[in-house]
Ligand binder design. Structure first.
Ligand code: CA
Length: 544
């Protein structure tokens, strides 16, 4: 009796936070995650299917948008086009519309016009590096689930081809009568069966890896250990194909341009732009809807902008000139849609695949956040986002509603009238009504953030809650010299409206009310892996 009494006394003496955590964990363990959330009035999104990420439902905006799309289809006679412009490593703050532009030596008039004529999304999230973001965007699934948790390195071959068991938006839309193409960077596998035209894209022209894979073999100032050593160069050429390549569904991969000089590397984004312009023209001529991912090689290091852009930015540095080149290409592609008379039937989405790469500074972008590429601080994952669709998205809209780039999977399928697959877990959320309704609200409850297979943090409303954090003893060495460590008793919590740089955790002090809700959300999220587990491709490091 005495012991029970003591036990109760200890419980009541626990600090408030611990009582909250204990209660939340008890809910998570003692009941189904769904049951816990049904009692949680802070969480809006409720499950509709065990294989679909729960979404916030906004019935009025859903019906407004469904009606608008039906009218548009009746007028144009076909489904809308989707053009995704994906810049590599551009910082949230690089475009003028997001605070950079002319103020930091690289005006972006075309991107800014897109933002002011469409919807500027201030809370768009990518994964922390290239490959995971591209995988998520194309499959609607978290990288931990597809196994594409990091890039394959020079010459590295994965044990399992992830694409044997994945479906891309391009593939599903192609089956529904869309013309689909990838223009530019792929970075999602270079082996047979993993090439873009083998996993859903009708056409591809671009690079299979990343621009630094080519510059490392060509630039003796930056890579003398490699380029000035003939044996190493011979070994490199056995495992790496420095070329712009192309392919069509059912056909073999072709070499278009051998990238055997930095001058040729400098012109690749011009090649991608020409291919995209031609593809848009052909789709318009064929009177068929299209899905085009225009994937820049810029502004990933090492930047060698096209000859026509050298010294063209006020800053006159390779990075800023590359931003100017990207902006010019954005203008060209928007003009092409206009010239072909299909701008009013095309959703254009502009974004970047991860935050600015501080490790590569000064060949790197700008953002006002903590951390950078490779981390799940805001600097690694928060990217510029613009949705543009003249006549359908009201000009001048701005929203801080949550948007995860993997939502483009669901949203593109909805626009194409294609059902989201039900045989796998889809982490993306249909954001069609958020993007298109005049006062659209985000349908996403939270953004779950990962470093490779580690769940690290989530964003929920204006709050960011970390369970694991990146520590960087040398500022800016986010990829090359950081540690991922667990947090202590309380998760680290930041109110991003008060503390956008994630400087001072309020931990439990002002967010005790929120922590049980966050834990319940994380419990529900983790429970989804029981039936839909993580995939291992052999990308784990030998020592973890
Ligand atoms: Ca990237």
């Amino acid at each position: 009796m005495q012991r029970i009494h003591d036990h109760r006394s200890r419980l009541t003496a626990l600090p408030g936070l611990l009582r909250g955590l204990t209660a939340a964990l008890a809910i998570g363990l003692g009941a189904t995650a769904t049951g816990a959330l049904a009692q949680n009035s802070f969480i809006v999104a409720q499950p509709v299917s065990e294989s679909l990420e729960p979404a916030r439902v906004h019935a009025a905006q859903n019906s407004e948008v469904a009606k608008r799309l039906k009218e548009l289809e009746a007028r144009t006679g076909r489904k809308p086009n989707v053009l995704i412009m994906l810049v590599d490593d551009m910082g949230w703050g690089d475009p003028g519309a997001f605070g950079g532009g002319i103020a930091i030596g690289a005006p972006t008039p075309h991107i800014d016009r897109m933002a002011s004529s469409g919807l500027k999304l201030t809370s768009t999230y990518a994964q922390p590096t290239c490959t995971p973001t591209r995988a998520a965007l194309m499959t609607g699934r978290l990288p931990a689930r597809t196994g594409l948790t990091r890039q394959t390195l020079t010459g590295e071959r994965v044990l399992v081809n992830p694409w044997e068991s994945e479906k891309t938006a391009a593939g599903l839309l192609s089956e529904a009568g869309y013309m689909t193409a990838l223009s530019g960077k792929w970075h999602l596998g270079e082996t047979e069966g993993a090439l873009p035209h083998q996993v859903g894209y009708d056409e591809y022209l671009g690079i299979l890896s990343v621009v630094s894979e080519f510059t490392q073999g060509l630039d003796p100032r930056r890579y003398p250990e490699l380029t000035l050593n003939p044996e190493r160069m011979a070994a490199l050429h056995k495992v790496s194909l420095p070329a712009v390549t192309a392919g069509e569904k059912g056909e073999k991969l072709k070499v278009v341009t051998k990238l055997d000089s930095l001058e040729k590397v400098a012109e690749i984004d011009q090649q991608f732009a020409e291919f995209s312009e031609d593809f848009i023209h052909r789709a318009a001529q064929a009177k068929k809807p299209f899905y085009l991912v225009h994937s820049f090689s810029r502004v990933h290091n090492d930047n060698f902008p096209a000859k026509a852009f050298e010294g063209k930015s006020p800053a006159r540095t390779p990075y800023k000139d590359a931003v100017a080149e990207v902006d010019d290409i954005v203008g060209r592609l928007l003009k092409k849609l206009q010239d072909e008379g299909i701008a009013d039937n095309t959703l254009v989405f502009f974004t970047s695949d991860n935050g600015a790469n501080e490790d590569a500074w000064p060949d790197a972008g700008f953002h006002p956040w903590r951390g950078g590429k490779g981390t799940t601080w805001e600097g690694g994952v928060r990217v510029p986002g613009i949705a543009y669709w003249p006549g359908t998205i009201e000009a001048g809209r701005e929203s801080d509603g949550l948007f995860d780039l993997m939502d483009l999977f669901n949203t593109s399928l909805t626009l194409g009238g294609v059902k989201v697959p039900g045989d796998r877990y889809i982490d993306g959320v249909d954001q069609t009504s958020f993007l298109l309704a005049d006062n659209g609200q985000s349908n996403r409850e939270a953004v779950f953030m990962y470093s490779e297979r580690n769940f690290t943090a989530l964003r929920w409303d204006e709050f960011k809650v970390h369970f694991k954090v990146f520590q960087t003893p040398i500022p800016g060495s986010n990829i090359d010299e950081s540690m991922l460590t667990g947090t202590g008793m309380s998760p680290w919590v930041y109110n991003l409206y008060l503390d956008p740089k994630e400087m001072k955790s309020v931990g439990h002090r002002t967010f005790e009310w929120g922590l049980p809700n966050i834990l319940a959300l994380v419990n529900r999220h983790m429970a989804s892996y029981r039936k839909y587990p993580m995939k291992e491709l052999g990308l784990a490091k030998p020592v973890q």
